[in-house]
Write a protein that binds this ligand. Structure first.
Ligand code: CTP
Ligand code: CA
Length: 223
């Protein structure tokens, strides 16, 4: 019943939301990315603005150009997202990391279109920086919300991410379940905190998930 009540409970709070799948280029016309549509992050940004927050959305592979009350910053790569987040982190109260950030990027990015040869092509990948973990290690009172996309042992991996990245909450979704996760308008999530499972949500519109999540954040920030 809470999600259609919009209040001003986040007035004066500065929120940074990341959304979408990052793009890591191999050459000018080819890249690695993932299935993230950005919809969960857009819904959170919009819901936060409705609650009076000052919202910045850092979006990769973005399909949304404007959202009322939201400043949108476009990025492409994990590295660009890292820099965009870091430059604003100090002046931020809440970070919600809904983006699907590439874990690896090509070691070499060709400046001209790669030509094919006979035989196999081996592409060497290197790790990107874990943005959320970086924030977790440097945070000074910021409230951090991570996401965890899993296909098995959801609770185990979500709690592992919460601890490793020093998150206040982790929103886990089982992306192997229909109606949850990438590229759909609905989601089925479990929210974890330091003490374990905090909330289990049924199948809901992402807009409703966003509102319930923000209620939880607002509650726990004033604890
Ligand atoms: N994340 C991040 N920077 C990365 C990778 C992930 O900030 N380079 C963030 C995501 O935005 C998300 C959380 O970490 O909020 C968890 O992402 P996920 O891909 O589920 O976890 P990983 O730690 O990357 O572990 P794995 O992919 O091996 O499950
Ligand atoms: Ca990952």
């Amino acid at each position: 019943e809470q999600w259609f009540a919009s209040s001003n409970e986040l007035a004066g709070k500065r929120i940074l939301v990341t959304a979408g799948g990052t793009v890591e280029r191999l050459d000018p016309v080819r890249y690695l990315t993932n299935d993230s549509s950005g919809k969960m992050g857009f819904a959170i940004a919009e819901a936060a603005a409705n609650r009076g927050a000052e919202v910045t959305l850092i979006a990769a592979r973005n399909t949304v150009e404007t959202l009322e009350g939201v400043q949108i910053i476009q990025v492409e790569t994990a590295e660009e997202m890292l820099q965009a987040v870091l430059s604003r982190f100090e002046q931020t109260d809440i970070v919600i990391k809904a983006a699907a950030v590439a874990d690896y990027r090509p070691v070499v990015r060709a400046s001209t279109k790669m030509k094919k040869n006979d035989g196999h092509l081996v592409i060497e990948l290197e790790r990107t920086t874990d943005i959320l973990q970086t924030l977790g290690e440097m945070k000074k009172g910021q409230f951090l919300v991570g996401f965890a996309a899993e296909t098995e042992q959801v609770e185990h991996y979500a709690m592992d991410k919460l601890r490793r990245k020093h998150c206040d909450l982790v929103v886990a979704n089982d992306v192997s379940v229909e109606g949850a996760g990438f590229n759909v308008d609905t989601n089925i999530v479990k929210v974890f905190g330091e003490e374990g499972l905090v909330e289990t949500m049924p199948l809901l519109q992402k807009r409703e998930v966003a509102n319930l999540l923000l209620s939880l954040v607002a509650q726990r920030m004033t604890l």
